[in-house]
Design a protein around this ligand. Structure first.
Ligand code: ATP
Ligand code: MG
Length: 558
């Protein structure tokens, strides 16, 4: 690409290019700063792809930094899962793994500096009093009665806070900025609070913890981050971010830039609500394949490439918008259509007896492994006298346009033969238990017979004698409402009661060899992934996505 043709793909990359061109920065450093208080979700993937993607494109560096300043909610379990998820998405932080908790001593020193300069003070007010004194958008706040404490008194009190002389919430350290500032975040924000809780890394070393705002920008500065990319809700925090950078002797001056969060239809992101679903058993865990967590969609069989493609395609803007989850599912289909091996599987089996086929005979039929990759060649699929077909591929009182199997009708069994339904066998309740069919030996491989007769339908099947049993979990959207977060009432009212359906399926024998985590195509049905719950005795398979977007079809019809 020539210099002239090259256009930055979004406003952030544009800023970065200008900063490189002007010489403001020689190397670009970004960071992904998760708080280890839950599992990552698809929204975080957008931030990961943005931060790590920029570092790759501009040959810079992206740090993984855990923003672990709130010991009450954080845990190593989350640290480990976040690392695994970032790696799985295809990114690498190299040696640049950091924890905000490693900066506690430096942050404390900086807080002391602010006190010495008369820019911070210890406040004894209760949380309620402070909130009242802060005013609101129409009314300016009022100065705290403790605002004019001497530097000496503040230094002594802050040291005592650190030494554990006070209980939780008894005192805070606040910046002395402006209680009448039009931006509420600038009205003497809290810098430190007292919390007597052990930290998952620093143990009981600290009982005062810095607030997010007092931590984030300085951590960026310590790491030499050039562009600190965050979501729009931090826009109003930017003046404070800059106030700290300007009023503290930091080693570098990062710039905060905000972009719009990723939001998806039929999906609820946000750790708080996801935790609620997990803790109250609405789902089986953070990695339930219906969850929009990275671990959930990985387990469901989404390839990481599809997620990267999706994040790339939705782009980065300043405008709040919600993307159709169908777009993500389409990216999944595209990658899997290219890569997934094909197999046959019957989710809702109906027995077929081929009455004119010899009892002991077995033929190995040739079937293409992946039509998108002809170089992979073919696989062998056993055919014998007893088969299974999908129950809904047969219809007793079929309308004219029904081109699958019906009494007296003939249909192609994929890569095998043409079969004709001669007799329908039922039990005492009138339930169909078996079909008796005959096959035409002149149609081997599914070829047209010499007499020129035609069939319209092709169906999939599995040899009953060779089939592998499996539990197939057919997933659908977790919510039936487009925007469960914003809809009236609780999001629980909008849970889809049919978001999981269990099928006792019969699989083509080759599927017995497919490993946990691998995603394949079940012909005519969709993409399926072997689940981590599988054991040697029992195969468990997740439906990743159906072949087509059934929701789009419903929308078209109505
Ligand atoms: P949530 O509460 O939804 O889990 P969070 O912002 O509290 O999100 P953090 O761990 O603090 O979670 O986020 C780490 C990074 O990911 C932050 O830079 C944050 O802005 C970004 N991020 C979080 N949610 C989204 C989203 N939906 N789209 C894009 N980036 C996001
Ligand atoms: Mg958060």
């Amino acid at each position: 690409m020539s210099e002239k043709d090259h256009q930055p793909t979004d406003f952030i990359r544009q800023v970065i290019e200008e900063d490189l061109k002007s010489g403001k920065h020689k190397e670009i450093v970004t960071r992904f700063p998760p708080e280890p208080n839950g599992y990552l979700h698809i929204g975080h993937a957008k931030s990961i792809c943005l931060n790590f993607g920029i570092a790759q494109e501009f040959e810079g560096q992206c740090n993984l930094r855990f923003d672990d300043t709130n010991p009450a909610k954080e845990d190593v379990e989350y640290v480990d899962s976040i690392k695994e998820d970032v790696r799985w998405l295809g990114f690498d932080w190299g040696d640049n793994l950091y924890f905000a908790s490693d900066y506690f001593e430096q942050l404390y020193t900086w807080a002391v500096d602010l006190i010495k300069e008369g820019k911070a003070y210890v406040d004894d007010q209760t949380a309620e009093e402070m909130s009242k004194g802060r005013g609101n958008l129409q009314t300016p706040g009022e100065n705290s009665p403790f605002r004019d404490r001497s530097v000496e008194e503040n230094l002594a009190l802050f040291q005592e806070m650190r030494d554990g002389k006070f209980g939780d919430g008894e005192k805070v350290l606040r910046a002395k900025i402006d209680m009448a500032h039009p931006n509420m975040n600038m009205r003497d924000p809290v810098l430190y609070r007292i919390t007597h809780i052990e930290h998952h890394r620093s143990g009981d070393k600290w009982c005062i913890y810095p607030m997010y705002d007092f931590t984030h920008g300085q951590s960026d500065a310590l790491e030499g981050v050039t562009h600190s990319l965050c979501t729009l809700e931090f826009e109003h925090h930017r003046p404070l971010y800059e106030w700290f950078i300007d009023n503290i002797d930091v080693p570098s001056k990062p710039r905060q830039i905000e972009f719009a969060k990723l939001q998806l239809t039929y999906t609820m992101l946000g750790k708080r609500n996801m935790r609620f679903l997990v803790e109250n058993d609405y789902v089986s865990g953070w990695d339930d394949p219906r969850m929009p967590t990275i671990s959930g969609i990985r387990r469901r069989g989404y390839p990481s490439e599809a997620i990267r493609n999706f994040c790339h395609n939705v782009g980065v803007t300043k405008f709040k918008s919600t993307h159709d989850i169908g777009l993500l599912e389409n990216e999944v289909r595209q990658v899997l259509n290219r890569d997934a091996l094909r197999f046959m599987a019957v989710l809702d089996p109906l027995k077929v007896i081929v009455t004119n086929y010899p009892e002991e005979k077995v033929e190995e039929m040739d079937a293409v492994k992946n039509p998108e990759k002809p170089e992979l060649g073919t696989r062998k699929v056993p055919f014998c006298r007893e088969l299974y077909i999908e129950r809904d591929d047969f219809m007793e009182d079929a309308p004219k346009k029904f081109f699958r199997l019906k009494p007296g009708g003939e249909v192609r069994f994929r890569c095998a033969y043409w079969l004709k339904c001669e007799e329908v066998i039922k039990d005492e309740n009138g339930e169909i238990t078996e079909l008796h069919c005959t096959y035409d030996p002149d149609t081997r491989g599914g070829e047209n017979p010499p007499d020129g007769r035609k069939v319209k339908g092709t169906i999939h099947w599995v040899s009953a004698r060779h089939a592998v049993d499996a539990e197939v979990r057919v997933y659908d959207r977790l919510f039936k409402e487009e925007n469960p977060d914003a809809a009236e009432g609780s999001f629980l009212d909008y849970l889809n009661p049919n978001s999981i359906e269990i099928k006792n399926a019969k699989l083509e024998p080759g599927l017995g060899e497919i490993e946990v985590g691998e995603t394949v195509q079940f012909e005519r049905l969709g993409y399926f992934c072997v689940d981590t719950d599988s054991s040697d005795d029992k195969k468990i398979v997740n439906r990743t996505v159906p072949l087509r977007d059934s929701w789009a079809k419903i929308a078209q019809k109505s």
